[in-house]
Design a protein around this ligand. Structure first.
Ligand SMILES: [Zn+2]
Length: 247
């Protein structure tokens, strides 16, 4: 596969204990099932490690996101009396944030909704807990930079680029610009949420974007959401590759 390696970054999304099934760690320690365990979510870790190792040698930047919530986070059903995981709430988006976004990105014209839809989840990825830690088998030694997201109490972030208001930037965009990155390779958890949103935003911001099909795993809730996510990503211009193309 032809890539300009010095302008490419590999992004491993949310390879964290709370998104993975129970497993035995490297030293034999038992890790319990994560709060939002994705069925076979850990099966992609070997591919991610192999890709990272191979690309690192070629000079590709290896990046990771980490879902990183304070306790009482707005995305937790437990923060909203009477709500249960799977319920949806709507949170107004600040007009100033929308205005600032269009000023920073005059070439982007897609409308930003005045209220963001927020699915409520079980408590997960609480800062400094075992659940928010990277999976023990995920080789973090090759990572150049970790971008934490979802750390503001009142706003969630599926995308590595923006908070869920679709207009408040995380640090990822600035990092990519500063490092002259024009191409992104996406992998991780979950295909139908954080991988989807990160990929859509990556394309929206003008990056050439590949999704590594066999290095992503989805939740598929509601049923069909993985298939739907793949179709959306393809429709927006994402290209699909497999781990073997990169190792
Ligand atoms: Zn989260």
């Amino acid at each position: 596969m032809k890539l300009d390696y010095s302008k490419t970054a590999f992004l491993a999304i949310d390879i964290q204990n709370d998104f993975c099934p129970a497993y035995k760690g490297k030293d034999g320690r038992e890790f319990p099932k994560g709060a939002m365990a994705i069925k076979q979510g850990d099966e992609i870790i070997d591919n991610i490690n192999n890709i990272s190792a191979a690309l690192k040698q070629k000079g590709v930047k290896i990046l990771a996101t980490q879902d990183w919530h304070p306790s009482g986070h707005v995305s937790f059903a437990s923060s909203h009396p009477g709500k249960t995981p799977g319920d949806v709430i709507y949170i107004p988006v600040s007009e100033e944030a929308i205005e600032a976004f269009y000023k920073s990105f005059p070439d982007i014209h897609d409308p930003i909704p005045a209220a963001m839809q927020q699915v409520l989840w079980p408590d997960h990825c609480v800062q400094y807990t075992n659940g928010s830690a990277f999976h023990d088998h995920f080789n973090t030694s090759v990572i150049d930079f970790v971008f934490r997201k979802g750390y503001y109490k009142n706003i969630d972030s599926y995308s590595g680029f923006f908070e869920n208001d679709r207009c408040t930037l995380t640090d990822l965009y600035g990092y990519l610009k500063e490092n002259g990155i024009t191409t992104l390779l996406m992998a991780g958890l979950a295909t139908d949420y954080c991988v989807l949103y990160s990929t859509v935003d990556s394309l929206r911001l003008g990056f050439k974007t590949f999704v590594v099909r066999d290095a992503c795993k989805g939740i598929n809730n509601p049923a069909g959401s993985i298939k739907n996510a793949m179709a959306i990503m393809e429709g927006r211009g994402a290209l699909f590759v497999s781990a073997a193309d990169l190792t």
